[in-house]
Design a protein around this ligand. Structure first.
Ligand code: SAM
Length: 205
């Protein structure tokens, strides 16, 4: 997976590659799908949600340019796989999930696998996690109609935010960096995510 899907497509950050070699992706999917866990596509995790394609996880993680001491916020815990990758590459991960079942399943898995540097919260991640801000990096793993100001506000100076932004059917992966003088924004290309639902995202229906 790492060689053929990640490195072959241009992700070379050693921190990202070693995290992806270390995390057992098959433990983050349903038993019936374990034989597809390392395949080149997203997989269902129930309730119409997905664990992202390995390459997208790698691309987004690389774009965060993580350092060992970084504190990272993730919106959309889902299966917990992306959080586990972040936990290998950074100091502490704060992750928020709005689906109660996914939240509980991921929390139990983090405990079972010993990811003690992942802090979980059940709720609307579009509001961020103000008490723990500012963050060195923020990753949103669901598609938003626009970049929530709440999240930009909770980014440290020098901090990076990666988020899919667009319509319900397709988005662009946007990376922003917060500087003393404002925001630098780049487009990493097209993508397709399930919707970010919440106060600063899409409505539920
Ligand atoms: N990062 C996940 C993983 O590694 O499996 C994949 C996430 S899945 C593509 C998107 C997730 O975002 C879903 O679990 C969904 O319930 C969650 N989500 C959507 N809107 C949210 C919100 N406002 N706050 C927190 N989680 C949200």
């Amino acid at each position: 997976m790492v060689e053929n899907q990640v490195e072959a497509r241009g992700v070379h950050d050693p921190r990202v590659l070693s995290a992806m070699l270390a995390v057992p992706r098959h433990l983050f999917v349903n038993e019936a799908l374990m034989d597809q866990a390392y395949s080149d596509h997203p997989l269902p995790i129930g309730d119409q949600q997905t664990i992202s394609q390995p390459y997208i996880v790698a691309l987004m993680t690389e774009a965060l340019e993580l350092e060992k001491d970084d504190r990272v916020l993730e919106i959309g815990t889902g299966s917990g796989y992306q959080a586990a990758i972040l936990a290998q590459a950074a100091f502490r991960v704060y992750t928020i999930e709005r689906n109660r079942r996914l939240y509980s399943t991921a929390r139990n898995l983090f405990d079972k696998l010993g990811y003690y540097n992942i802090v979980t919260r059940y709720g609307d991640g579009t509001k961020g996690w103000k008490e723990e801000s500012p963050f060195n990096a923020i990753i949103v793993t669901a598609g938003a109609p626009a970049i929530p100001d709440t999240l930009v506000d909770q980014l440290d100076i020098g901090g990076r935010l990666v988020i899919p932004v667009g319509s319900l059917f397709s988005q662009e992966l946007i990376r922003i960096e917060k500087t003393e003088n404002g925001i630098n924004e780049i487009n990493l290309g097209g993508c397709r995510f399930v919707k970010l639902i919440g106060q600063h995202g899409w409505d539920h229906n």
